[in-house]
Design a protein around this ligand. Structure first.
Ligand SMILES: Cc1ncc(COP(=O)(O)O)c(C=O)c1O
Length: 382
């Protein structure tokens, strides 16, 4: 008999289920009966609604969940040559019509970002990044004492591509997050191509990492993958993640697409982790389930429009977003808004300098979560 988690709780009672589940660390340490109920309801996690990390509130699609369950067998005891990781790499190569050598697997895309800075940046040949953008590359540059130039967004809250290209001359690496986190803004294919060609012309030794973690959340026609530029330029590579629209953040799967020598330069200096068997099965299934991905994109877009419009109706400016989060100009420190929301059991995004005194990033949860959250936002901003 297949026992679902809900059925399991129903069968043995909530108290027993809680201690058993927390005993095996399946849910947060010290989990209460409320935590189990919260996790089951999909609204609160550990008593708090998590709108701070751009994760998926909906979790993987039913086919992916089924695949994870089906492969959760004693076979997981044999995993040093995990069955499905090579298959996943081949599937990704087929998906993008590239060779297997052009796909580098990683445990989430974070190791790729770290490896890129370690491989390509030095004190003399630094990192060029946007301010604000996803901060992993910047953090690593600071850690290793690499040069760093952070180019503030333009007046429309977009990444300042001209400013980045100016700073790129002689740089080791340019990190370009498209769509961008935390602003959610996107650059279309013409702008991306112009940007890359200009850097490759004016600074041919500089590497360019284009982070497409949120690409599946952008509306049709607003963005295209930069893959054609990867084919053309050895110095251009892309990072992708299964943590966002595919909702597999907890299984840690990401990958890079690039020319072999460029990918190798990163693995020479930094470990990319080892993708595990269940993660690979989940990612393979999620990759094939285009129908669910479309549903996820649509669902997120509707929720994002509802929340964005709610803020606009309250008189606040919201940057147009192509991701699963929004960046709102609350005209007050994010810290104050965050504290007020937390009193109402909602966690919103951290500070994003230089906009920490005006803007807050809010991740999109499920419909149920955001219906509650919007009421809280109205209350705390009243
Ligand atoms: C733009 C961007 N890139 C990369 C990551 C890293 O995600 P992961 O390591 O789960 O792939 C994140 C996570 O939030 C992100 O926002």
């Amino acid at each position: 008999m297949k026992i679902t988690r809900r059925g399991f709780v129903g069968t043995i009672g909530l108290g027993a289920a809680t201690s058993l589940l927390s005993g095996t660390s399946l849910i947060n340490k010290g989990a209460s009966a409320q935590t189990v109920a919260d996790a089951e309801s999909g609204v609160y996690d550990g008593g708090i609604m998590q709108l701070n990390q751009n994760e998926s509130a909906r979790g993987p699609g039913p086919k992916t969940m089924q695949a994870i369950h089906a492969h959760t067998t004693k076979r997981v005891g044999r995993g040093y040559s995990p069955d499905h990781v090579n298959e996943l790499r081949s599937a990704l190569a087929d998906e993008y019509s590239v060779g297997r050598e052009n796909v580098m697997m990683a445990t989430g895309s974070s190791p790729i970002l770290r490896g890129a800075v370690r491989a390509f940046c030095t004190a003399e040949k630094g990192l060029v990044s946007a301010g604000p953008t996803y901060s992993t590359c910047e953090q690593v540059a600071r850690q290793i004492g690499a040069g760093l130039e952070v180019i503030t967004l333009d007046n429309s809250m977009h990444i300042d591509l001209d400013g980045m290209a100016n700073a790129a001359v002689g740089a080791g690496l340019v990190y370009f997050c498209n769509p961008n986190n935390p602003t959610g803004t996107v650059h279309g294919p013409g702008a991306v191509e112009g940007f890359v060609r200009r850097i490759m012309r004016e600074s041919p030794d500089t590497k360019i990492l284009i982070d497409e973690a949120y690409i599946n959340y952008a509306a049709e026609g607003t963005i295209e993958t930069a893959l054609p530029l990867v084919h053309e330029f050895e110095n251009v590579f892309i990072s992708r993640s299964f943590s966002k629209a595919h909702a597999l953040a907890g299984l840690r799967i990401g990958y890079a697409l690039g020319q072999e020598q460029t990918l190798k330069a990163m693995t020479d200096v930094w470990g990319m982790g080892e993708v595990n068997m269940l993660g690979a099965v989940a990612a393979l299934t999620a990759l094939q389930d285009k129908e669910h991905l479309e549903w996820e994109r649509g669902e997120n877009a509707e929720i994002r429009a509802f929340v964005s419009n709610s803020f606009r109706e309250m008189g606040y400016e919201v940057t147009e977003s192509s991701t699963n989060h929004i960046f709102v100009n609350l005209r007050q420190p994010a810290r104050d808004f965050r504290a007020a929301c937390l009193e109402n059991k909602i966690l919103v995004g951290r500070d994003f300098p230089p906009f920490e005194n005006t803007h807050c990033r809010i991740s999109m949860g499920s419909r149920e979560e955001m219906a509650i959250a919007v009421e809280v936002f109205k209350k705390v901003l009243a």
